[in-house]
Design a protein around this ligand. Structure first.
Ligand SMILES: [Zn+2]
Ligand SMILES: [Zn+2]
Length: 217
């Protein structure tokens, strides 16, 4: 398969890899959309990366299950399922792993797409079956890729502040995560004030439903 790696200082390389085969508790997904997150850009434009640091980038994966390992349960995945990937595998036994917050696992963990596991800027991606989240038919693969990191992050922030329809919320920064927060906060019914220093970003915020826009510059 073909895959994209970032070498730092702007270097992008298309490489040939062997097609992955799943271990017993793993699946291989055929990647249909793979988002670019801010942390991808750090690896692309940051310092030159050594060969040992380089993995296939892309931790906003969305695609279709292609291969399923021997011990994967039918409730976890079937060939043909449309899926997103929550791109962490932890110890699977600590309180964080058990409650779905694998990213906070203090033990040895794999972060797919950028740190120590291969990601989704490729034809195929191999992950443990427990990292999959079903993609509803109504959502496109591109939407699923956005939800897999950036838009999901915005949603989690709004849930954490317990946003309600009679609230006003200010969203500072209208990058992909901020714009997602603006859009989702409107969907919750709140009044949204969008803040950024780029007028083009504020115009997008307006399109995404912001009630007020403020250029902080
Ligand atoms: Zn991300
Ligand atoms: Zn853990």
């Amino acid at each position: 398969m073909k895959a994209v790696v970032f070498g730092g200082e702007g270097a992008i390389e298309l490489r040939e890899y062997a097609d992955p085969t799943p271990g017993p508790d793993e699946v291989v997904i055929r990647v249909m959309a793979s988002g670019m997150c801010g942390s991808d850009l750090h690896h692309l434009h940051g310092p030159r990366r050594s060969e040992s640091e380089i993995v296939i980038e892309g931790h906003e994966p969305c695609g279709v299950v292609e291969l399923v390992g021997d011990t994967v349960r039918p409730s976890e995945a079937h060939v043909g399922d449309r899926v997103m990937v929550h791109h962490y595998d932890g110890c699977r036994t600590c309180e964080f792993c058990r409650s779905g917050w694998t990213q906070y696992c203090p033990n040895e963990k794999t972060v797919y797409g950028g740190l120590n596991g291969n990601g989704a800027h490729a034809d195929f991606m191999k992950v443990p079956a427990h990292t999959l989240i079903k993609l509803p038919d109504a959502l496109s693969f591109k939407t699923g890729a956005a939800i897999s990191c950036g838009t999901g992050t915005a949603y989690a922030a709004l849930k954490r502040v317990d946003l309600a329809a009679d609230d006003t919320v200010a969203v500072f920064g209208q990058g992909p995560v901020g714009l997602s927060a603006t859009m989702l906060a409107k969907a919750f019914g709140a009044r949204v004030i969008a803040v950024d220093v780029e007028s083009s970003r504020l115009a997008m915020a307006k399109d995404f439903g912001a009630d007020h826009i403020i250029n902080a510059a």
